[in-house]
Design a binder for this molecule. Sequence first.
Ligand SMILES: CCCCCCCCCCCCCC(=O)SCCNC(=O)CCNC(=O)[C@H](O)C(C)(C)COP(=O)(O)OP(=O)(O)OC[C@H]1O[C@@H](n2cnc3c(N)ncnc32)[C@H](O)[C@@H]1OP(=O)(O)O
Length: 165
Amino acid sequence: MADSTLTSLPPHHPQCLGCGPDNPAGLHLAVSRDGDSVVTDVTFDKRHRGAPGLAHGGAISAACDDLFGFVLYVVEEMAVTRRLTVDYLAPVPLGQPHRITAGLQRRHGRRLHLEATGTGHDGITRFTAEALFVVVDHHHFAPHGLEADVQAMFTRPQRRDRKDR
Ligand SMILES: CCCCCCCCCCCCCC(=O)SCCNC(=O)CCNC(=O)[C@H](O)C(C)(C)COP(=O)(O)OP(=O)(O)OC[C@H]1O[C@@H](n2cnc3c(N)ncnc32)[C@H](O)[C@@H]1OP(=O)(O)O
């Protein structure tokens, strides 16, 4: 991603399915902040195949869900997906970069309503997504993960240059 106005954001954690650099089965999303929006350029490959030559809908959904998880750096609160809806507007070919942009559409109490759009470098929007995230605190994660990993998610900087990782 070459855009000079973008600020790189750190992955949720190294093994995250969407953005973790150490997850061999992951999408390895590199995400940046652009004002109140977050963006990633994803290129689905043969590991994400659905129909021949095309990305699996679940992989597309995972990319959107994880990118929504980066809007939390903008909101500066922890939240989890309660509902996720994807509109698959056109087949997504493997090997072609698509830029997904996501942001907060509105907030009511603990409910965050989020929206995303996925557009190929050819200018064709091939999918959009909407999600309801619900704000939670660290007690949501504490019974399931290592205490240190959970704490790290809550204490890491909201912004960080990729070169600092
Ligand atoms: C700080 C920055 C950190 C960045 C790092 C991020 C790391 C994260 C990684 C991200 C990775 C990617 C992301 C992932 O993969 S997240 C992983 C996948 N998601 C989950 O595992 C979540 C599982 N679900 C739950 O744990 C609970 O259901 C939650 C916690 C979500 C809510 O259970 P809880 O018992 O607490 O709350 P509630 O049921 O009383 O409801 C709460 C509010 O929501 C309203 N409501 C409920 N349903 C609906 C509905 N259908 N339409 C409209 N509204 C609805 C409801 O009226 C209420 O509103 P209000 O009365 O309060 O106004």
